[in-house]
Design a protein around this ligand. Sequence first.
Ligand SMILES: [Zn+2]
Ligand SMILES: [Zn+2]
Length: 355
Amino acid sequence: MRAAVVEELGRPLVVREVPDPACPPDGAIIRVGANGICRTDWHLWTNDWAWRGLAIEPPFVLGHEFTGIVEEVGREVRDWRPGDRVVYPMNPGDGVCEFCRDGHQHVCERGAELVPGVSFWGAFGEYVAVRYADVNLVRLPDTLSFVDTAALACRYMAAFHGVTDLAETRGGEWVAVHGAGGMGLSAVQIAAAVGARVIAVDPSDAARALAREIGAEHVIDPRGTDPVAAIREITKGGAQVSIDALGLAETCGNAVRSLRRRGRHVQLGHTTTRESGLVPLPIDEILLNEYRLLGGFGLQGHRFGPMLAMCAAGTLSPGHLVTRRVGLAGVSDVLEAMGRYAVAGIAVIDFDRGS
Ligand SMILES: [Zn+2]
Ligand SMILES: [Zn+2]
């Protein structure tokens, strides 16, 4: 098959023939319809996550947020057949550990071994192998296109989980989203769709314009304005929900400081080498105001139902966030632009499967 291969960390990917993936007995081979290019790919490509023990060894095929068509299933798989249209959550579970049995497959004890494009070769190629198909695969409604829904498997579903399941955002509440990249914009759209009033903070003019278009009532450019003071002013006392969708010390600190008393902070962005996982936070403010700090990581397959129903009804439109389609040869350009925070919206590899 053709794939875009990381031959050397931080260097342009090489599009070439590689062996087709083998089908695991519990898994499936997916013919990739589309694959979102994510900041996680950039972190791995630049070896920015070595400090957390997460690194790829070239040659490697990245790609973990994909949709496609089942090509082949393993002998242990009961529920799936070739031809099924599917989406595969980027943090799958094995179905048997304590957390999977409790319904929280996205925080599976073995999750780190199971992620295509991170643990083993992923979907920057024509085919990808996935594990535990019966536990994790989700049927994609015929009315939703592969390209529009590629990022559902990672950034969009994480934002959905953060806004709905974790923050339990209610209509009329203020939600401040810090960082309007792919995940932040997803959070803006989802929070607006559940009836919240949304404020988006981002230094990129294009990102702020897109945030406004998809439901942000206010946008703030942190280069000229103190976002904490501005959010406190707009909301008359702070947001009920804040989301750090970027993971920088600055965005995380600002997000917590812009909360209203009893507010909920959801951490969706991973930190970079600069923070190496550690961010100074105002502990006494957290204590005195009873802020709640929530970590959010993906979404379990069985919770895709409500999100897909909202997409099918048009209440959510993830396709609106897709600003760029490329072929395999265009992936390096997108990764390089991500390093300069110069990608507004979501870029997707389109394998041109027709729908
Ligand atoms: Zn991703
Ligand atoms: Zn598990």
